[in-house]
Design a protein around this ligand. Sequence first.
Ligand SMILES: NC(=O)c1ccc[n+]([C@@H]2O[C@H](COP(=O)([O-])OP(=O)(O)OC[C@H]3O[C@@H](n4cnc5c(N)ncnc54)[C@H](OP(=O)(O)O)[C@@H]3O)[C@@H](O)[C@H]2O)c1
Length: 304
Amino acid sequence: MLAVVNTPKSSAPIEIRDVPEPQPAPNEALVAVRAFSLNRGELRLFQIRPEGWRPGQDISGVVLQPAADGSGPKAGARVVALTDNAGWAERATVPGHRMAVLPDNVRFEDAAALPVAGLTALRTLRHGAPLLGKQVLTTGAAGGVGHLATQIATRSGARVTAVVGRAERGRHLRGADEIVEGIDKAQGLFALILESAGGSSLAAAIAHVEAKGTIVVFGNSSGEPTPFNFRDLAEHPNARIQGFSYFTSEPEERFAPDLALLASLVSDGSLKPHLVERSWRELAQIGPHLRDRQISGKAVFHID
Ligand SMILES: NC(=O)c1ccc[n+]([C@@H]2O[C@H](COP(=O)([O-])OP(=O)(O)OC[C@H]3O[C@@H](n4cnc5c(N)ncnc54)[C@H](OP(=O)(O)O)[C@@H]3O)[C@@H](O)[C@H]2O)c1
């Protein structure tokens, strides 16, 4: 079968090549992949993982063969799934508890946007629950995690201020009560801040958090450090700076229900992933656009 393979020593960072068919473990289903998405964190993996490594975490497709241990969806089910790697291929193996059945009206492309970015959006927001009536600020709001977090926060009753780098980045953003160009333009204090840019953005987030509020630090897209002093929190007593990993923040058995929840939000129209859709043969060309902040929402690829 064909699969995306890491080629860090070549001019293109990845190639589509012939590889052996995957062999599912007893707890794994075999899935015919229809679409997948690319995450900013995966761009870095292309550089640091060895030649021949197989990338790919976010996939959607059809179960060809269910897990032998009986876990997970049945043969023929349309699913969204999170794999550790090797998902960007014609066929992939997925543990039964890391996938959810898609409602009929959810497209494979929309579903493929959900695993890493959607779980991150959902689970970072839980640090501010209940969100009803709270002021929430999302950084990187035009990006994969940010645009989903903005919509889910609004759906949960929060008043959301979304931070974008340039005005045009806010054009496709749904759900924000206010869109600001740069966190410095945000007004007031926030009960929950989702911070992924780092550097001066994280410093500004500290200045904008309510007393007893929470800043969830889940990324450092700028690569910049943030000088930090206890006194920075003096006017924000008992505010919390919370580290975050989407993968370990909740138990393994929560993957399937959370993926199902995200898919149901897409199904009922309250979550609408914004996509740039391409053939998987264009993956190597789209990567630099994501790196350079040219992609609004998620880059999703069809296996065609
Ligand atoms: N901890 C976890 O579990 C976890 C999970 C998923 C993602 N992440 C991290 O969360 C961040 C967001 O992920 P994502 O997939 O949403 O990425 P993305 O789609 O590339 O979005 C990131 C957004 O951040 C904004 N940004 C602000 N300053 C930036 C800078 N200096 N360089 C690059 N972007 C900048 C960009 O929007 P503007 O151009 O409009 O400013 C961009 O759209 C990444 O750092 C990623 O590694 C962490």
